[in-house]
Design a protein around this ligand. Structure first.
Ligand code: AMP
Ligand code: ZN
Length: 114
């Protein structure tokens, strides 16, 4: 399977990694929508939430534990921050490897949907 984010995990495509452990990695979004815009992905490939099962639901706990770590590393909790998952076509999901966006670094991130 040719997956952009699996290739980033394997360092076959360059990225600016900001966090990594044995389960997840996180890197700067190439097209940032806020002063801090980080993508967090699991090293286990699933396309999106639709593929979640009892067997792989650790993907989300692993990701969210990393979100908390990254928020601390990047000092995001002072202003607060937003996490977004675009799930499927209506949400504009472009990369079909489960990922969450962390957006922050400014006092007001604007409305949730415009
Ligand atoms: P989504 O619409 O939720 O699937 O978001 C995919 C995100 O991946 C977009 O915000 C893109 O800017 C970002 N993106 C695409 N290619 C790369 C890349 N090579 N490195 C970092 N971010 C990327
Ligand atoms: Zn993948």
């Amino acid at each position: 399977m040719d997956c952009l984010f699996c290739r980033i995990i394997n360092n076959e495509i360059p990225s600016t990694k900001v966090y990594e452990n044995d389960k997840v990695c996180a890197f700067n979004d190439i097209n940032p929508k806020a002063p801090v815009h980080i993508l967090v992905i699991h090293k286990e490939h699933t396309a999106n939430i639709d593929e979640t099962t009892e067997m792989n639901s650790h993907i989300f706990s692993d990701i969210f534990l990393a979100v908390k770590e990254i928020a601390e590393l990047k000092n995001l909790s002072e202003y607060g921050y937003r996490v977004i998952i675009n799930n499927g076509n209506a949400a504009g999901q472009e990369v079909f490897h489960t990922h969450i966006h962390i957006l922050g670094g400014k006092k007001n991130l604007g409305p949730m949907l415009q």
